[in-house]
Design a protein around this ligand. Structure first.
Ligand code: FAD
Ligand code: 2HG
Ligand code: ZN
Length: 462
């Protein structure tokens, strides 16, 4: 990293103004500690630019001085990629939070990168539209951060992940130049796709400043069901059948044994159905016409698979069921600092993985606990591991679980990204040739290596 002397800091401050160049530790703390509290860094300056031009100016100064940058949105990322672990400056996008009017003809909107998902949702809904990705951090996570991590969330079964929502981008590259392609043309084969490249790039290739997003007609008729099941195999089988028989399927989430008991304790509400079950599916259907009968018929086709089912039709009843899924991350945080693993398995290997993980972990650390849940419709299992009395478990446990997922043909990162936490495991899913191509892309777009240098790409030797 280059020399961060007073004159460079002054240049940064001159660009954003003194109120938006933070240096006091109590002002920078929320930008230097991640959501989980596991990753704590330090930064000589947190910068809060007002627009794309200020970001371009900041990046030019940083590039000239060789100063590393961590781009940051809502700081809800879970893999240690959004905080300055090596004294980088932080460029926060939170002030870039303006949305342009919804384009109803194209069914698209252009949003500033710092717009929270909740704000984008409410803006779209005023014109009868929805954003295709939804997740529990909606009040804080930003459109830019969601693109940079290719966020998944609860509606991937219906609309795909964040990459599938992005029709165009504006971004600042590592030399301070601005690329902008926001026309939102559905067909546009004019060379490389920046949305495709920047989605999932975790701040290593450019700072996203605006995005042109695909919108989906709002589906106001909804029904939710919680289905209690005896085994993980039954949960996988039921999910496959629901996906086959339910055209209005909007979400299929899963909560496994201990996690359900933890969240039920946390929200101080008893488990709605089958308290002795091993897995609970949370299913949502959404359509323009009432999809309740369609859901009821599909559940009937599951015959003897479910132990019991609870259905929620009115918003209050649906929210009551959803809180058991949405409050899990918060519930786990009250118990300590977990290691968060986030894997995808094929449907045929998922039960083997979920049943195998507790044994695998107890062989390494008999006092560690694995809490599992996730997006079963996508084969995505979240494994949160807590050490004894909420302490962090050993890195060995992470290693064993990620190796196990890869041995079963799965991915070591389904939706949260690689960040700094998983980069030593990237080789489990990516060949040497793929990593070499990644490095070549990084070197050509960021030759000085100033954009989030501590994430995603492992050092050459590992
Ligand atoms: P940040 O945390 O600020 O940053 C994340 C990464 O993106 C960092 O590498 C950062 O450098 C980079 N970045 C941020 N903004 C930009 C930008 N404008 N340009 C370039 N790079 C940028 N994730 C899911 O996928 N699915 C879920 O269901 C889900 N649920 C969650 C629930 C809770 C309660 C919490 C706390 C987190 C959850 N997450 C989930 C993780 C997190 O919300 C997502 O990864 C989200 O996309 C991060 O957005 P952010 O704005 O907070 O990004
Ligand atoms: C979710 O699906 C998020 O709730 C967070 O991706 C997962 O806390 C986690 O591990
Ligand atoms: Zn998730």
């Amino acid at each position: 990293m280059g020399k961060l002397d007073e004159s460079v800091l002054q240049e940064f401050l001159n660009i954003v103004g003194p109120n938006h160049a933070l240096q006091e530790p109590d002002l920078t703390a929320s930008y230097t500690t991640d959501w989980t509290g596991r990753f704590v860094g330090r930064s000589p300056m947190v910068l809060r630019p007002a627009d794309t031009f200020q970001i371009a100016a900041l990046v030019k100064v940083a590039a000239h001085a060789g100063i590393s940058i961590v781009p940051q949105g809502g700081n809800t990322g879970l893999v240690g990629g959004s905080v300055p672990l090596n004294q980088e400056i932080v460029i926060s996008t939170l002030r870039l939070d303006q949305c342009e009017p919804v384009d109803g003809l194209a069914q698209q909107v252009t949003a500033g990168a710092g717009t929270t998902l909740a704000k984008a949702q409410s803006h779209a809904s005023e014109q009868g539209f929805d954003i295709g990705v939804d997740l529990a951090a909606r009040g804080s996570c930003t459109i830019g951060g969601m693109i940079a991590t290719n966020a998944g969330g609860i509606n991937v079964v219906r609309y795909g992940a964040m990459r599938d929502q992005v029709l165009g981008l504006e971004a600042v590259l590592s030399d301070g130049s601005i690329i902008s392609h926001l026309e939102g043309l559905e067909k546009d084969n004019t060379g490389y796709s920046f949305p495709g490249l920047l989605a999932g790039s975790e701040g290593t290739l450019g700072i996203i400043t605006k995005a042109r997003l695909r919108l989906h007609p709002q589906l106001s008729e909804r029904c939710s069901a919680m289905i209690a099941l005896n085994t993980v195999d039954d949960a996988v089988a039921a999910t496959a059948q629901l996906r086959r028989t339910l055209p209005s399927l909007h979400a299929v989430e899963v909560i496994f044994g201990e996690t359900m008991h933890l969240v039920s304790d946390h929200i101080k509400a008893s488990i709605p159905v089958g308290p002795e079950a091993r897995a609970w599916l949370l299913v949502e259907v959404a359509a323009t016409n009432d999809p309740t009968d369609e859901l009821a018929n599909s559940i009937a086709l599951l015959e003897t698979l479910p132990i019991d089912v609870a259905v929620g039709i009115e918003p209050a009843a649906r929210n009551n069921l959803w809180q058991y899924r949405e409050k899990i991350t918060e519930a786990i945080a009250t118990r300590g600092t977990p290691h968060k693993l986030d894997v995808t398995l094929s449907a045929s290997r998922l039960a083997e993985f979920v049943n195998g993980v507790p044994h695998l972990i107890s062989r390494i650390d008999s006092r560690a606990t694995a809490l599992m849940f996730g997006h079963l419709g996508d084969g995505n299992v979240h494994v949160n591991i807590l050490g004894e009395q909420g302490t962090e478990p050993s890195e060995e446990v992470d290693r064993a679980v990620l190796h196990y997922a890869a041995e079963l043909g799965g991915s070591i990162s389904a939706e949260h990204g690689i960040g700094s936490a998983k980069k030593e495991f990237l080789h489990l899913n990516r060949s040497e040739s793929e990593l070499a191509a990644f490095r070549a892309i990084k070197a050509s777009l960021d030759p000085k290596g100033i954009l989030n240098p501590n994430v995603l790409l492992p050092p050459k030797s590992s």
